[in-house]
Design a protein around this ligand. Structure first.
Ligand code: DGL
Length: 265
């Protein structure tokens, strides 16, 4: 099975991690669109255009069977058009896990961290409207400008990243938020900071496992040729912080489960 995965940068590797956990054989072609990152401050048209370029590249060069848009922001802006324009491949998107958060919260107060583009997007607005008609849960939504850049630079355990998060999370803490939706695939990489601020009992909802399970469901009928192990090919359009790549995929690298090649395109 040839799986194309893309994100603006390294965040989608949190989804790749979940796929590696679920599958023993697949070739993963990952694109970090770092020349354009961050997507979250771009217009819908720009995000759509870049999502199309990346998808066309993955189909033409790597003949992918499945595309995973491992980015909430690109899913919000482009998933509908991608499905219409590329009907011959399976396309899976990423959406903030509001539904599971509503089932998890005990206090009825849920935080949502996402990019500005995701929170403003029709897709998110529709989801929240639909769910709010049958739920009394209060949502505390917070865009996190600058956080993706910090993560791309590998500035995870730094004071400035901690301060940014503390500033956004304090009001959630004061309002009894017990569950936080990580509505950007980069944000699981700062989970330990979020726990330091919100307390160890905070429930963090990320979507990597749900995407891997969806991939399993949608491909079980298909008879894709099998590979002996997982191969991950990482391509990037601008710069790539290889230290961060190794940090994110370290468990698999140490276990020798994956083979990685990094190439600039
Ligand atoms: N990882 C992304 C997401 O899930 C994109 C972040 C960005 O580039 O702003 O939304």
């Amino acid at each position: 099975m040839k799986v194309g995965v893309f994100d603006s940068g390294l965040g989608g590797l949190t989804v790749v991690n979940a796929i590696i956990q679920t599958f023993n054989n697949a070739e993963i072609f990952y694109i970090a669109d770092t020349q354009v990152a961050p997507y979250g401050i771009k217009s819908k048209e720009e995000i759509l255009q870049h999502s199309f370029e990346v998808t066309k590249y993955l189909i033409a060069k790597h003949e992918i069977d499945v595309l995973i848009v491992a980015c909430n922001t690109a899913t919000s802006a482009a998933i509908k058009d991608l499905r219409t324009n590329f009907p011959n491949i399976i396309i899976i998107g990423t959406e903030p896990g509001i539904r599971p958060a509503l089932n998890t919260t005990k206090t009825g107060s849920v935080g949502v961290l996402a990019t500005r583009a995701t929170l403003k997007g029709d897709k998110y607005q529709l989801l929240v409207n639909e769910l709010s008609s049958s739920n009394s849960v209060k949502l505390y939504e917070q865009a996190c400008p600058g956080l993706v850049e910090q993560i791309e630079l590998g500035k995870i355990q730094t004071d400035d990243t901690f301060d940014m998060l503390e500033n956004w999370l304090k009001p959630m803490c004061e309002n009894g938020v017990d569950t936080i939706v990580l509505g950007c695939t980069h944000y699981p990489l700062v989970s330990s900071n979020i726990k330091k601020i919100m307390g160890e009992n905070i429930k963090l909802i990320e979507t990597g496992n749900a995407i891997a399970n969806r991939l399993k469901d949608l491909t079980k009928e298909k008879n894709y040729a099998t590979f002996e192990n997982i191969k991950v090919f990482i391509y990037f359009t601008g710069e790539l912080n290889t230290g961060m790549v190794n940090h994110i995929l370290k468990d698999w690298l140490l276990g020798g489960k994956i083979i990685i090649r990094e190439t600039k395109v």
